[in-house]
Design a protein around this ligand. Structure first.
Ligand code: COA
Length: 260
C-alpha cells in the first residue's frame, strides 16, 4: 500500500510506515490521518505483519504536529470531531495487538509527540525534539497529549511541558522517560528494527497479552489489574508459546547438568 502521504513497506513481518510530507514537516492533515487510519486497520488485520515502526520522511521531522491550516478553519463541532477521529486512529495503533515502535527522526511536536506516545516504545535520534506547543496557538492538545503525557512522565512534568509549550531535546526526553532510547540519527532505523526484531523473537502471544495488560491495567484498580494479569498468565499456560519457551529453557539446563 503506497499513497502520496504515507509509505508502507513490509519486509519479513516488519511494517515500516513513513509519514511522507517532508515539505510540510510531515504535518498531519485530514488526508494523512485518514491514511494512517487505513494503515492501522491493515496492521491489525494482516497476519503477515508482526510488528510496526512509524517514522517521518526527511531528515528534519518525525511529525511537526496537526496541520495548522486545517485547525485554523475549524469550528467547535468539527474541532471536536477532528480530535475524536485523530484519537481513534492513534488508539487503533496502540491497541492493534502487535508491538509498535516510533522511530523519532526530528521534530515530534503536538500531534507528532502524541503519535509517538501512542506507540508502545519510542526511539529517538539525537536531533529529535519533543513538545506540546498547542497552548501557544490558543488550542489544547487534541490527540491524547493531556492523557498520555502524564501517564508516561508524571503529572508535574506533563503540566510543565503542556503549559509552557517548551520544546525539549532528545536527551531531556530520555531523562524524563518520554523516550526509551536515544541513538545517532544514522542508526535510528537499524536500532529500531533491531529492538523490534528482538521483541518478535519472543513468544508472540506473551508479547500481545503483556501489551494488553499494561495498557488496560493502567486504567484499572490494582486488584483488577492483578486479576487481568493472572488471567493472562493462566491463559498463556494453554498455548504452544509457553510450552515451547519453558521446555527450551528446561532442556538447556538439563543438558548443562547431564553434559548432553
Ligand atoms: N502544520 C502545517 N504546516 C507546518 C506545520 C504544521 N504543524 N509545521 C511546519 N509546517 C510547514 C511550514 O508552514 C513550512 O511550510 P512552507 O514552506 O510552505 O511555508 C514547512 O512546514 C517548513 O516549516 P518551517 O517553519 O519553515 O521550518 P523551520 O525549521 O523554520 O521551523 C518548526 C520548524 C517545527 C519549529 C516550525 O515549523 C513550527 O513551529 N511548526 C509548528 C509546530 C506546532 O506548533 N505544532 C503543533 C500544531 S498543533
Amino acid at each position: 500500500m503506497t499513497s502520496p502521504n504515507l509509505l508502507f513497506d513490509l519486509n519479513d513481518g516488519v511494517a515500516v510506515i513513513t509519514i511522507n510530507r517532508p515539505d510540510k514537516l510531515n504535518a498531519l492533515n485530514d488526508q494523512v490521518m485518514a491514511e494512517l487510519g487505513q494503515a492501522a486497520d491493515r496492521v491489525t488485520t494482516d497476519p503477515e505483519i508482526k510488528g510496526v515502526i512509524i517514522t517521518g520522511a526527511g531528515p528534519k521531522a518525525f511529525v511537526a504536529g496537526a496541520d495548522i491550516g486545517d485547525l485554523a478553519k475549524q469550528g467547535p463541532f468539527d474541532g471536536k470531531a477532528r480530535a475524536m477521529r485523530g484519537q481513534g486512529v492513534l488508539r487503533r495503533f496502540e491497541s492493534c495487538g502487535k508491538p509498535v515502535i516510533a522511530a523519532v527522526n526530528g521534530f515530534a511536536l503536538g500531534g507528532g509527540c502524541e503519535l509517538a506516545m501512542a506507540c508502545h516504545i519510542r526511539i529517538a535520534s539525537e536531533n529529535a525534539k519533543f513538545g506540546q506547543p498547542e497552548v501557544k496557538l490558543g488550542i489544547s492538545p487534541g490527540y491524547g497529549g493531556t492523557q498520555r503525557l502524564p501517564r508516561l512522565v508524571g503529572k508535574g512534568v506533563a503540566m510543565q511541558l503542556i503549559l509552557t509549550a517548551e520544546m525539549i531535546d532528545a536527551a531531556e526526553a530520555y531523562r524524563i522517560g518520554l523516550v526509551n532510547k536515544v541513538v545517532p540519527a544514522d542508526q535510528l532505523m537499524a536500532e529500531s528494527e533491531k529492538m523490534l526484531r528482538g521483541i518478535l523473537s519472543m513468544g508472540p502471544l506473551a508479547v500481545r497479552l503483556s501489551i494488553e495488560a499494561i495498557d488496560h491495567g493502567l486504567e484499572m484498580t490494582l486488584d483488577e489489574g492483578l486479576l487481568l494479569e493472572a488471567n493472562h498468565f493462566g491463559l498463556l499456560a494453554a498455548t504452544q508459546d509457553t510450552k515451547e519457551g519453558l521446555s527450551a529453557f528446561l532442556e538447556k539446563r538439563q543438558a548443562k547438568f547431564t553434559g548432553k
